[in-house]
Ligand binder design. Structure first.
Ligand SMILES: [Zn+2]
Length: 215
C-alpha cells in the first residue's frame, strides 16, 4: 500500500500539493517524464506541474479525488491531480484514473494532458487504503487557508500570473510542440520572462522553476 498526503499551501495563490510516500507527486512525475521530455529536447517540461488552485472544487467535501472529478480528463474517472505551474490547471495537467472500491483507492494510467506520446508507465500505479486516504482528504477541509482564486478554470482562461499566451505551455494542446521551432519556443519563453520580471517578487511563480533557455 502507498501513502498519500494532501496539503493546502497557503501562499499568494493557495493550492493543493500531493505527496506519495513522502515524495511530492510532481517530483515523481518529473522522474518518470524525464526520458520522454529529453527525447523531445524539452527537458525542463518534465514534472513542470503545480498543485491545483481553485481549491473549493477539489478540497473536501468535493469528491474530486474520489472518482467524481471536478477537473476531469477524457475517460471514466480520469482526474487532474496536478496542473500547470502558471496556475491554469488545464494548460499542463497531469491526469490519472482514480478507481475507488470499498477498501482501496487506486491511481493508475498516468498521462500528461498535452503530450500523448510521453510514456508515463514508470509512474504508479499507486494503491491507497481508503480509510486513510479519506482521512488525508478531510484534512484539506480543516485547513485555515481560504482560496483567493476566483478566476475561471477553463482552457485558455486568463492566466493569474501572466497572460495565457505568455505561459511556456500555451498552445501546447493546439500544436504539437515537437513541431514548434526552437525559435518559437524561445520567443514564448522570453515573453513569459518579461512578464515575470514586471511582477513584484511576491507574485512570482512559487516553484521558482527555470524557464527554457535559448538553444
Ligand atoms: Zn500554463
Amino acid at each position: 500500500m502507498n501513502r498519500v498526503e494532501f496539503a493546502i499551501v497557503p501562499d499568494e495563490e493557495p493550492h493543493l500539493e500531493i505527496n506519495v510516500d513522502g515524495v511530492p507527486l510532481r517530483e515523481l512525475a518529473r522522474r518518470a517524464e524525464l526520458p520522454s521530455a529529453r527525447a523531445d529536447r524539452q527537458e525542463d517540461l518534465a514534472g513542470a506541474y503545480h498543485g491545483l488552485t481553485g481549491l473549493e472544487a477539489v478540497r473536501w467535501p468535493s469528491r474530486h479525488f474520489l472518482g467524481r472529478p471536478a477537473l476531469a480528463g477524457e475517460g471514466p474517472g480520469e482526474t487532474a491531480l496536478l496542473g500547470c505551474d502558471c496556475g491554469v490547471w488545464d494548460c499542463w495537467p497531469l491526469f490519472a484514473k482514480v478507481e475507488v472500491s470499498d477498501e482501496t483507492v487506486t491511481w493508475r494510467d498516468f498521462r500528461n494532458g498535452h503530450r500523448p506520446a510521453w510514456d508515463l508507465s514508470g509512474l504508479g500505479p499507486f494503491e491507497f487504503e481508503r480509510g486513510r486516504y479519506e482521512a488525508a482528504l478531510r484534512a484539506t477541509a480543516e485547513s485555515l487557508s481560504v482560496s483567493r482564486w476566483t478566476g475561471p478554470l477553463g482552457f485558455g482562461a486568463a492566466c493569474p500570473e501572466r497572460p495565457t499566451m505568455g505561459c511556456r505551455h500555451a498552445g501546447a494542446g493546439l500544436a504539437a510542440s515537437a513541431e514548434r521551432s526552437a525559435a518559437d519556443r524561445w520567443k514564448i519563453a522570453r515573453r513569459a520572462n518579461q512578464t515575470r520580471m514586471q511582477m513584484p517578487a511576491g507574485r512570482r511563480n512559487s516553484s521558482g522553476s527555470a524557464f527554457p533557455t535559448k538553444e
